[in-house]
Design a protein around this ligand. Structure first.
Ligand code: GAR
Length: 210
């Protein structure tokens, strides 16, 4: 089975979905390490409860983005991962980091990319009067939230929705599509080739299906 390292900054509900998926029969991956840039987040408790090695690597202890990312690369490499999964890891990564893990770095972003890169995606979708919203799993490249999309899920936006309502609706979908894409990756079914994601030999539309 493939070795997975998960990076988090918060509650880790996606981490939990991945841990749970890994426990199912014949799942092709296992979470071998969890790293958080923030102390005392619930995601660390989830790792602890699942007996998965976990650690805090605080960016506050480093004086530059580059030096933090180098420390992060070293910490991740210690787990000898086949795949690095960003699951609510709320930091912009340097080119050196991204290149080091090129082709084996996945992110989940709460919008229908290429729409709403960056933060506050739920409120922005509401403010724009969008009728639908969603979530994207993509390979990470140097372009922030710009790497090739592998899979998206859509949800409706209802008239009275708050950003929190949308976030919960999105979370339900995240917990399905992230373990699914990770399964594909660990089985060798999805790979990054150049700037494209290729699933079962077929190139996917680079910027998503939305
Ligand atoms: C998820 O909704 C994820 O899509 C989002 O953070 C949340 C983490 O939830 N990621 C980003 O916004 C990345 N820029 P979780 O900690 O419960 O998994």
């Amino acid at each position: 089975t493939r070795r997975i390292v998960v990076l988090i900054s918060g509650s880790g509900s996606n981490l939990q979905a991945i841990i749970d998926a890994c426990k199912t029969t014949d799942y092709p991956g296992e979470v071998v390490g969890v790293i958080s840039n923030k102390a005392e987040v619930f995601g660390l408790t989830r790792a602890e409860n699942a007996n998965i090695p976990h650690q805090v690597l605080s960016h506050k202890a480093y004086d530059s983005r580059e030096s933090y990312d180098q420390a992060l690369v070293n910490a991740i490499d210690d787990y000898k991962p086949d795949l690095v999964v960003l699951a609510g890891f709320m930091r912009i990564l340097t080119p050196v980091f991204v290149q080091h893990f090129s082709g084996k770095l996945l992110n989940i972003h709460p919008s229908l990319l290429p729409k709403y890169q960056g933060l506050n995606t739920h409120q922005r979708a509401i403010d724009a009067n969008d009728k639908e919203h969603g979530v994207s799993v993509h390979f990470v490249t140097e372009e922030l939230d710009g790497g090739p999309v592998i899979l998206q899920a859509k949800v409706p936006i209802f008239p009275e929705d708050t950003a929190d309502d949308l976030a919960s609706r999105i979370h339900v979908q995240e917990h399905k599509i992230y373990p699914l894409v990770i399964n594909w990756f660990c089985s060798g079914r999805v790979v990054m080739q150049g700037d494209k994601a290729v699933l079962d030999g077929v190139s996917l539309p680079t910027s998503g299906y939305a």
